[in-house]
Design a protein around this ligand. Structure first.
Ligand code: AVJ
Length: 326
């Protein structure tokens, strides 16, 4: 069964922390909400839908990278010694399973430690793997990434390969991604590895539609953040009076998503006992999705104590999975 390291043992998110972050973010001159709160039950469902959209290329590209290079990747993960394969933000592990099947086939000595904030997802994955890959030893962890890494740190001597797929690193601010990778590094020993997915720089004509799909799934995904505040913090956001508005900044290589208030309005949040005013066309920043050059990724790694061992890309060089070593 999954180990539950989440703050609350009942699988629900920590409402107090959410309330505090919402208060802080909406009190700013330039209002913001953190993309980490997208993933409630409905948000996770919508993200699954996004991953199947024709416009959303990253999932398809990373799938291609992993499928086309699985033997090479696996051979670089481990020699013959036992290792922990730690999957940060595993979700349904659809992409990781490409590697798991290959590890299983080659009878590698490892255990699989998927980590996710969603208890539902980890229970489902546990069952799914028991059915599909019964030979693999699985220890699912429900909780924040660092809680899981702390827990693993107790088995310090054992070899570790950390997976951070899907370009989730792109959601962080620059200083946050450095802190994050340095912290991961602090839990690893010489010879341990980090295998990280990054979305590469490309034409804005490709990037923009991926975050503004024609069927409006991404808009619903973004707006669901307001719905979550309504539900969990007793707010009265009118979802029809905000619009999803994404822009791509080609110099910084960052996709930025906003929710723009289409009129002057006030929103009351009961849990905060506070009313927030929105001017007409005032925006809430909700997400950054960074796109990288390979040079940037290498430098980011070096800054944090990792060297590049190998880079795997799709045919069109849209996405890369980079193997770092400590
Ligand atoms: C899960 C962070 C990789 O930034 O591309 C998809 C989330 N947001 N569409 C991304 C997302 C809007 C996604 N990541």
């Amino acid at each position: 069964l999954p180990i539950d390291l989440s703050i609350k043992q009942d699988g629900t998110a920590d409402t107090a922390a959410f309330a505090k972050d919402v208060l802080e973010g909406l009190s700013r001159t330039n209002k913001k909400l953190s993309s980490r709160y997208f993933y409630d039950k409905e948000g996770s469902r919508l993200f699954q839908k996004i991953m199947h959209l024709s416009e959303y290329y990253p999932t398809r590209c990373e799938h291609e990278v992993l499928t086309g290079n699985k033997q090479d990747i696996i051979s670089k993960f481990a020699g013959d010694s036992f290792f922990h394969l730690i999957d940060l933000g595993a979700g349904d592990a659809l992409k990781t399973k490409i590697l798991l099947r290959e590890l299983d086939k080659q009878k590698k000595q490892f255990d699989y430690v998927p980590v996710d904030i969603s208890g539902d997802a980890m229970h489902q994955l546990n069952e799914n793997l028991q059915q599909e890959l019964p030979n693999i030893e699985v220890q699912a962890v429900v909780g924040e990434y660092f809680k899981a890494l702390e827990w693993l740190h107790e088995n310090k001597a054992e070899r570790k390969v950390v997976l951070f797929l899907g370009s989730n690193i792109g959601n962080f601010e620059d200083d946050e991604s450095i802190d994050f990778l340095k912290k991961i590094r602090s839990y690893l020993n010489t010879g341990d590895k980090l295998f990280m997915g990054v979305d590469l720089r490309k034409s804005p004509d490709v990037i923009l539609p991926a975050y503004n799909d024609a069927s409006g799934v991404t808009a619903a995904f973004n707006l669901n953040l307001l719905q979550r505040i309504n539900q969990e913090l007793g707010a009265n956001f009118d979802l029809t009076a905000f619009q999803h508005s994404p822009i791509y900044h080609p110099q910084k290589g960052v996709m930025k998503s906003y929710l723009v208030s289409t009129k002057a309005q006030e929103v009351h949040i009961k849990a905060l006992n506070k009313t927030f005013s929105f001017d007409a066309w005032e925006a809430i920043h909700t997400e950054n999705s960074h796109k990288y050059s390979l040079k940037q990724v290498e430098e980011l790694g070096l800054t944090c104590g990792f060297t590049v061992e190998a880079v795997f890309q799709d045919e069109a060089s849209q996405f890369a999975d980079v193997l770092f070593t400590v």
